[in-house]
Design a binder for this molecule. Structure first.
Ligand code: GLY
Length: 560
């Protein structure tokens, strides 16, 4: 049975049992700041579990069924084994105060054994005296009545309790179905709401939430050894094999997994960057490039594999084909940027291996430095890296505090002008030097602005002139400066610049320079204040450019 038929069968089975089929939500969750990506089918339904929305007003019934695109990157180091993936589709049936354990277990049993003809190895139910949450004897009874020969195991809270996604939300004990020793279906009984302070409050309306990973299920249905042999991966692996001059299956699996995830992320409008979602995408693509190199695929091969992935999902996610040119451009650009950074970083690497400098200046994830060092038979000190990173994060935080509160205590007119000029400079630096630039500090007096940023080389005269020219053009254009107050999630969606490792409040001010937020030249999370129009700034001039630490440059500039 092919994957398409399995999806169709699943949806049809539950539609015939009063479930409304709901399309997959985007990988970028809407109105849910608790997670960066959609990690489970239940996520789009959270408001129904907590009673904030009424299911029967939005659907024809109290039940829903979906095939949800999901991303989970917490197990990224496991990719390459037989079962782990960073992207997967999750088959799920849900009830928001409709049916409860009896039906949920019966449906799952029927679907697995009758519709798919699979043999259940064993099932697990929740029991954990120490947790203070009652053991689930009801589920054990239901399973036993359905099939008295079935093996039932009792698992504790670590294994048989699900959620919440993020710090708070609906959650509850689970019962899980195992086939050939692999967990394929997780049936969650959402009975609690875990609050931020760690309490489990009973939910007014109990709900059912189930999740069955399509790829893992296909391994069983298609009688394969691992997810990469199923019809959702086999064509990509074959293509990699035929292009590779140095084939090894683990690297091929990593390339296939990471590339597929990147494709789905980009199709859902994520772009590579140094923050949040964009950073996860960047990391996946950069790892894919590294492993493509290990396989001796030629430069640009990732882009050639895009079509193979698109063809697999032709009838299910046609948007991949529609977005073909965007997918290729983003992947191509990121590969080129990474190769440039890699070349520069490798020079630094030759001078001495400092994972912290390589991370902050060249964006090398720690594991990349570790791998490169291992290739030369050398070790790197992870504890030292973590200490330096911790210091660096608290430094950035105090920079941020300075930037958003006290740094601008002096609101004299000239200081405000320098503040707006700093935003223009920040944007111009990105334009001229690339997105690898990250703000590292900012200080303003009535005489000048000072701006520290990550960059691996001394600025050339040409680069300095170009930066000055851009800032002065923006000043001459007399652009309006305005702000909006948005929830942190909405603010991030605007693409506004902010400090990567800074913790912001739930609501942030986004200052933008330009006619509208969408078309603005510069956007930053910032407390202000700023000038109303850039025309009042005068002429911007860089008076000094120097290094302050390895990989950190400092610009001093004046307004004349
Ligand atoms: N929400 C159930 C699961 O993800 O397993």
């Amino acid at each position: 049975m092919e994957s398409k038929e399995v999806r169709d069968k699943f949806l049809a089975f539950f539609k015939a049992r009063e479930h409304t089929a709901v399309p997959s939500a985007s990988l970028v969750p809407e109105n849910d700041p608790s997670v960066l990506f959609t990690t489970a089918g239940m996520q789009q339904f959270k408001p129904y579990y907590v009673g904030a929305k009424k299911a029967d007003q939005d659907f024809d019934s109290l039940n829903a069924v979906s095939v949800q695109k999901c991303v989970r990157t917490s197990d990224i180091d496991e990719i390459g084994d037989d079962t782990h993936l960073t992207f997967f589709e999750m088959l799920g049936n849900f009830s928001f105060g409709g049916y409860w354990k009896e039906e949920a277990i019966k449906y799952a049993y029927e679907f697995i054994t009758r519709e798919l003809g699979l043999i259940i190895d064993y099932v697990s139910v929740f029991r954990d005296e120490a947790s203070g949450i009652p053991a689930d004897t009801e589920s054990a009874d239901i399973w036993h009545r359905l099939d008295p020969t079935l093996k039932i195991k009792e698992h504790n809270k670590d294994d048989n309790f699900w959620g919440p996604t993020g710090e708070e939300g609906p959650c509850g004990p689970t019962t899980e179905i195992y086939i050939n020793g692999v967990e394929v279906w997780n049936i969650v009984f959402n009975e609690y709401y875990k609050s931020r302070d760690g309490n489990y409050e009973p939910l007014k309306t109990k709900g059912i939430d189930t999740g069955m990973g399509l790829e893992r299920l296909l391994v069983q249905i298609q009688n394969k050894n691992n997810v990469f042999e199923t019809d959702l991966f086999e064509p990509v692996i074959e293509q990699i094999k035929s292009l590779s001059k140095n084939y090894d299956s683990k690297s091929a699996r990593i390339v296939a997994d990471h590339l597929r995830t990147a494709i789905f992320m980009i199709a859902d409008s994520v772009t590579p960057s140094n923050t949040d979602r964009g950073y996860i995408l960047r990391r996946l693509l950069r790892r894919a490039v590294r492993f493509a190199d290990k396989l001796a695929l030629s430069v640009g091969s990732l882009t050639d594999l895009v079509e193979v992935v698109e063809n697999i999902y032709d009838q299910i996610y046609p948007e991949l084909k529609t977005e073909n040119s965007k997918l290729k451009t983003e992947i191509q650009n990121e590969e080129s940027k990474f190769r440039e950074t890699l070349a520069k970083g490798l020079k630094e690497f030759e001078k001495g291996i400092d994972p912290f400098i390589l991370f902050t200046t060249y964006g090398f994830p720690f594991e990349l430095t570790r791998e490169l060092a291992a290739e030369q038979g050398k070790n790197v000190d992870e504890a030292d890296f973590k200490t330096k990173l911790g210091d660096h994060q608290s430094r950035s935080r105090s920079n941020a505090e300075q930037k958003f509160t006290g740094g601008l205590a002096d609101h004299s007119e000239v200081v405000i002008k320098y503040h707006t000029a700093t935003h223009l400079l920040n944007q111009a630096l990105h334009e001229v030097l690339g997105e690898g630039v990250e703000q590292r500090g900012s200080n303003i007096t009535a005489e000048r602005l000072r701006f520290d940023f990550s960059h691996g080389a001394k600025l050339t005269d040409e680069e300095k002139q170009k930066i000055e020219q851009i800032v002065n053009e923006k000043i001459e254009a007399n652009l309006p400066v305005n702000f909006v107050i948005l929830s942190k999630v909405e603010a991030e969606k605007t693409g506004a610049r902010h400090l990567f490792d800074e913790k912001y409040g739930d609501e942030v001010k986004v200052y933008y320079i330009g006619e509208s937020l969408n078309t603005a030249y510069s956007k930053e999370f910032c407390g202000g204040p700023h000038v109303e129009h850039t025309g009042v700034l005068g002429t911007f001039k860089i008076i000094k450019e120097e290094a302050v630490a390895a990989g950190i440059r400092r610009i001093k500039a004046v307004l004349q």
